[in-house]
Design a protein around this ligand. Sequence first.
Ligand code: GLC
Length: 799
Amino acid sequence: MILNTELEYKGNLFPSHIISYEKNLDTLNFTTENGVILQITVQRDSVLRFRFTTSGIFENDFSYAITKYASRGYNHLEVEEEEDKYIIITAKLKCHVNKADLRTAIYDAQTNDLICEDELGFHWEESYEFGGDIVKMSKVAQEGESYYGLGDKPADVNLKGKRFENWVTDSYAYGKYTDPIYKTIPFYTALHHKKAYGIFFDNTFRSYFDFCQERRNISSFWAQGGEMNYYFIYGPEMSEVVANYTDLTGKPHQLPPLWALGYHQCKWSYYPEAKVKEITNKFRELKIPCDAIYLDIDYMEGFRCFTWSKEYFPDPKRMVKELADDGFKTIVIIDPGIKIDKEYSVFKEGLDNDYFCKRADGPYMKGKVWPGECYFPDFTNPEVREWWSNLFQELIEEIGVKGVWNDMNEPAVMDVPGKSFPDDVRHDYEGNPCSHRKAHNIYGMQMARATYQGLKKFAYPKRPFVITRAAYSGTQRYTSSWTGDNVASWEHLSIANIQAQRMCMSGFSFIGSDIGGFAEQPNGELYARWIQLGIFHPFCRTHSSGDHGDQEPWTFGKNITDVVRKFIELRYELLPYLYTAFWRYAEEGIPILKSLVLYDQLDTHTHYRSDEFICGEKILACPILEPNAKGRRMYFPTGEWYNYWTDEIVEGGQELWVDADLDSMPIFIKSGALIPKYPVQQFVGEKEIDELKLDVYFKIGKETSEVYEDAHDGYDYIKGRYSLRNFSLTGKTTELVIQQHKSGKYTTPYDTFKLQLHGLPFKIKKVIIDKVEYSFKDIQLNGNNSFIINKDFTDLHIL
Ligand code: GLC
């Protein structure tokens, strides 16, 4: 019997007394009388890895999640022994290990505050059904402790009081609290007494997390196989916890091309070619910016991956080129199921080379997906991934497709219980053969990885763009993602908001939802409100299922079209801001979207807020989540905030009503910020950017802002050809000083800046740029509001 609860512990076994301890560089092994070994590795001063074996022998140490680029090394490590415990001391932590039972307690090394303490600690059950152990861990929940993260769970931002399961699942039209859905990210951040820590349970078997649901003051996690193998990550800042988790599991291997941050239009399906053209032409005709157009499964011949329907798309290369000439990047879907068809070359190659997954007793894993009966490549075999990556040569190099969308990679199988492979299916798992019980949660990740390898190879010297539905921790290294088959409902708008924040807090920032909802059809109001949210999501795409009607920006009449255009235009203006936020994320693992708790964990009001979020570092946004709304109440975190539309200033630390008719939404800018903006373009690269607009939000005091730029594609930036501008603003009652520090070897196409001043409390008398006073005419001072600087200044004084 497989237990679904941590506490049904009739058969629970526990470690006994420590009988030996040894230390080897950064790794300590504690062995108990009953043969349990706890291995603690000091990855960094604030990151400890805990591994347990109940047999005295560890499995081969292999993880798909942990990147080889993860930082290792600490400033301090010593071990003290006391009568009842060992104490491992690093520069940041003290970890007590009880001699009696291996239970641990972790303290802040500086303050001695208790951060995380085992309750039962490690315990396990032997699984007679499958062999191996059901491995479990329970911890004491500290007073006021709250929990965040865990990937795409459609629950409230704070997970306290809930239990979750991790098993990637095709979940058409899921609802709030449906669990599990598409992704498995077994990482959470906990916060109590103003300090945060994280737990990453790197175990790919079906796993569970309980945040004080089963027992009020206990959090626990367990898995139906594998090792108890988890990383403890100390903050105390939440953002440090997430950054350190992202360091362990990897940042995106490269920046996305800038166009990927533009607006994307998708449908199941746009076909034939004439329909695709009708859609793209309409975007240009109505002047609604758009960078990417998607082809869903109907572009293929009988849903055979890597083929084209001759009837609907007779000349894909020409079409893709024509679309590209009009600024549209073509993105195609590729699913894992390969149709069983001896005339089909991909099938034949897979079969001849023995690349398909097999059942335990020998036959191939046969399952029904869109093309009918299929076999499925074993993406956990590096040779299969290499083969798969080469299948993209024609699509990318020849035809000119710019991105690939991996779907159904949970893997989804139709009309079977469990909607996926049976447990007995075998996988290579990088030479660690195993059953589907272990490989299920990483199957989609490895498919996306293989696809990524293909795009990276054949799109070179351009950057790859991949999107995946299924994911495990670490998938963010290769691909973007969306939240799967949601529904056109107001509730789902709120779910999309939470899921995007949660994914960002789970190390995976390149995320968005099907704008407007995949199933059913939104009305114009819901669609407009969803676009307003979507423009702040790192991945911004409208997608819907064809059987529920049209879902294009112009579907709902002129008023709605105008609102949608206005917000997509805003996204295009904000591209340099979003790109900078992406760069920060890719450099440091700082989430692009920050739930208010991540923004200010010291303010307890933020601990349960779900609607408001910070995008990048300086923009506070809060979607309207109800029909017929003229505005809403929202919470303002500490600081001073400018209403984006009116420049009215709001003091943080309070909840207030904000007006927002359908053509508006609550958007606020942090005072002191410089927000970089491009002119509106119909697609990225349409215009040569010859001037950067800087919206300057006056503040008394200091604030810094940054703008990252590079060629927006290609890899030169890795060789230093980027431009990073750091602006520091100092505001006084009668003076505003902006200093710029520039680094990097890239020369931006512009060296003209249009400064738009917001909230300047004095009348401008003088403008001094790099020690030279300029006449108002020279800088085209417009009222008291804006002026132009025709050079790359370093020192600006406005008096
Ligand atoms: C799945 C995907 C959806 C796609 C459809 C057809 O439902 O989640 O996005 O449009 O399959 O390929």
